[in-house]
Design a protein around this ligand. Structure first.
Ligand code: ACO
Length: 349
């Protein structure tokens, strides 16, 4: 059975750099608070009308396709991971198919937030291993800046997130020392509402704990989206930061250890760990827990903030471009996020 390898990788970040001090125009925060709690110094925001989640994904994908030495016509499946799609439906995958003038292949959107890219890679890996497809385009992209609360009310979330995109092309490889060794996917929906965007949606407060339902008032007769939801700022993400932090620092090391154990490796064998860029404090905790040196972990959240489904391909691409990942290196991708869902992939570059 062939393994899947990353045959090409690309990234795109918008030009507009937004520093922590730039955010002071909108909310009561400080560079010191943001850096101390999250490690973030700046993030990028997409052009409000000129760029979308899909257009950024296409820019990253075009580079990945070129680096894989193929053309868009060779792609036989598209997987697009995002929580900030251009449309509520249809997904971004079909918009990529249309824009790149790819033939009428399958296009799948993955909605697994911060672990979306690792889930997407895992799905692609199964199609390659089964022999069904030979050139799978996997994209992670987010335009968060369009859906954040830029008032002091939303500051605990808004300062964290940024825009960007990353993409890879997966192809089969027969080489012994190359490709995705295994992927590991998990979920625990018990705390689904702790990191979520409730509206627009069909939930009618069905799942919300009383404390959150009191805030997220829903009137009988309300539709998918109501004027009241907008007036009451209920159309923004909600996050219980401390609850997410506590779970993340347990599940991140656990899922890395699981991937290593499945392939008879130890943490010291890792050449590069690419953690989802949730928060620098979380990455540092994971690094310490696994006993990894600084050169075994790549972080770029300082420059881009948390870009959710884009964060792993962005970090992987930068690490590779900087020569920090070489052929044959053992690379681990690991993610944790909303759902909660968490996942890892262990691969030989
Ligand atoms: N600027 C200034 N003050 C702020 C800001 C801000 N941007 N945001 C919150 N505060 C204030 C709060 O109002 C609160 O003030 P109070 O004590 O007077 O009430 C105080 O800071 C502490 O608030 P907490 O929410 O308890 O802040 P905490 O110390 O937990 O830090 C953070 C918040 C950074 C989000 C932290 O909880 C965390 O790292 N959580 C992990 C979640 C995470 O990283 N999520 C990323 C996305 S999810 C993912 O990718 C997995």
């Amino acid at each position: 059975m062939p393994r899947s390898k990353i045959a090409g990788i690309g990234m795109y970040v918008p030009e507009n750099v937004v520093t922590n001090n730039d955010l002071l125009k909108y909310m009561d925060t400080s560079d010191e608070w943001i850096q101390e709690r999250t490690g973030i110094k700046a993030r990028r925001y997409a052009d409000r009308t000129g760029e979308t989640t899909t257009t950024m994904g296409i820019k990253a994908a075009t580079i990945a396709i070129e680096r894989a030495g193929i053309t868009p016509q060779d792609i036989d499946f598209i997987i697009f991971a995002t929580l900030s799609p251009d449309y509520y439906f249809p997904g971004c995958g079909v918009l990529v198919q249309r824009a790149l003038k790819i033939k009428e292949i399958g296009a799948l959107d993955v909605r697994n937030q911060c672990s979306g890219f690792v889930y997407a890679i895992s799905v692609g890996d199964q199609f390659i291993k089964s022999g069904m497809y030979k050139n799978i385009l996997v994209i992670g992209s987010e335009k968060h800046s369009f859906g954040l609360d830029f008032t002091t009310r939303g500051r605990n979330i808004s300062v964290i997130f940024g825009d960007g995109a990353g993409a890879v092309v997966l192809q089969p490889t027969e080489k012994e020392n190359q490709g995705i060794l295994s992927t590991h996917l998990h979920s625990d929906g018990e705390s689904a509402e702790m990191l979520a965007m409730y509206n627009p949606g069909t939930h009618a407060n069905h799942w919300l704990p009383q404390k959150l339902a009191d805030f997220n008032e829903v009137e009988a007769g309300d539709m998918f989206m109501s004027h009241a939801m907008i007036d009451n700022a209920q159309n923004f993400p909600f996050m219980d930061g401390p609850a997410v932090f506590k779970k993340a620092i347990v599940k991140f090391p656990e899922v890395v250890t699981e991937a290593l154990a499945a392939n008879n490796y130890k943490a010291s064998d890792i050449n590069m760990l690419i953690p989802h860029q949730a928060n620098l404090r979380i990455s540092q905790f994971v690094q310490q827990k696994l006993g990894l040196r600084d050169d075994q972990v790549y972080n770029n959240i300082q420059r881009y903030g948390n870009t959710t489904a884009a964060s792993i391909p962005l970090a992987l691409c930068e690490a590779w471009q900087e020569g920090k990942i070489q052929e044959g290196d053992l690379v681990c991708l690991a993610a944790f996020g909303s759902g909660y869902t968490w996942a890892s992939a262990l691969l030989k570059w």
